[in-house]
Design a protein around this ligand. Sequence first.
Ligand SMILES: NC(=O)c1ccc[n+]([C@@H]2O[C@H](COP(=O)([O-])OP(=O)(O)OC[C@H]3O[C@@H](n4cnc5c(N)ncnc54)[C@H](OP(=O)(O)O)[C@@H]3O)[C@@H](O)[C@H]2O)c1
Length: 295
Amino acid sequence: MEQQLFTVFGATGQQGGALLQYLFNHPRLSKIYRLRGVTRDSKKPAARALVEQGVEMVEADMNDPASLEAATQGSHIVFAMTDFWSAGSKETEIAQGKALANAALATKAHALIWSSLPRIGLPNFDGKADVEAYIRNLPMKSLFYMPGWFMQNQLSFSKPVKQANENQQGGETYILKPLFPGCEADTLVPLVDNEDIGKYLQPFLDDQDRYNGVGLVASSEFMTPRDMCAVWRKVTGKEVWFENEEEVKRIDRGGEDSWYYGDGSRKALEWTLEQMEGKTTSWEDFVKREEGAWF
Ligand SMILES: NC(=O)c1ccc[n+]([C@@H]2O[C@H](COP(=O)([O-])OP(=O)(O)OC[C@H]3O[C@@H](n4cnc5c(N)ncnc54)[C@H](OP(=O)(O)O)[C@@H]3O)[C@@H](O)[C@H]2O)c1
């Protein structure tokens, strides 16, 4: 059987890169699809490494709609994402997302997977929700992948910070600052390991009719920063605490929805997790896997 073309935007980034690795390593899906990645610069090391793995890398720029149809040409499935932070504005992100969808449609892709987010009044969320609404009116199969807070953020800009003074036992203490504005000790944060992206998409890849139009609450669990710190302490033995957490009375959040995804999100999370063939990475699994990288 001739392989179908799967085109991945953001191939050199976290989501697209992890999706390519998942597809490359999956015993069933790797036989079905041949892989294409899109980058603005095929000479960059991340792009060259993908070429060495056997991924076809093509150049296109989401800000240049004319370049996109060559990138999606011949695709059976397109994974499309935008990077709000490099786009710099909601309007630019919307224009990029619509241009990606238009290219997939014009080149007759069978299905489009859009890295979306719920509409919660923040520009980096609402632009993606606007693009989702646009795609929902296009005559093609679609899936909306809505990732939670990337666990990988905790390895970079949201890493616990070592305190200058030793604690009373003469050891080190690390403080976790609010993950985002408004984040408190008992805010339920939906957590996703970027490397799990393919597991979330797998049901759609196996049955595009059944999952057509679905929005995935892509998180392994909803967890508070207070509980994230307790896992760090348990796994690493280091004193890690959320900023001022001892001054705030604990609120039991068991079973609640997460503000990030809104009403009904607990049920939607459970449903999403039930669809997949593979187990996703819990926060504890992630802290263990990255044990050497934390402190
Ligand atoms: N951090 C979180 O917790 C979180 C949670 C949910 C959603 N998000 C969303 O995730 C997105 C970032 O995803 P990521 O972390 O996977 O990305 P990333 O690792 O920062 O990589 C960005 C990717 O986008 C590509 N790209 C950027 N501008 C482009 C353009 N004009 N034309 C073509 N390609 C372009 C880059 O490709 P080249 O440089 O190779 O061209 C690169 O592969 C953001 O929109 C953010 O809002 C983040």
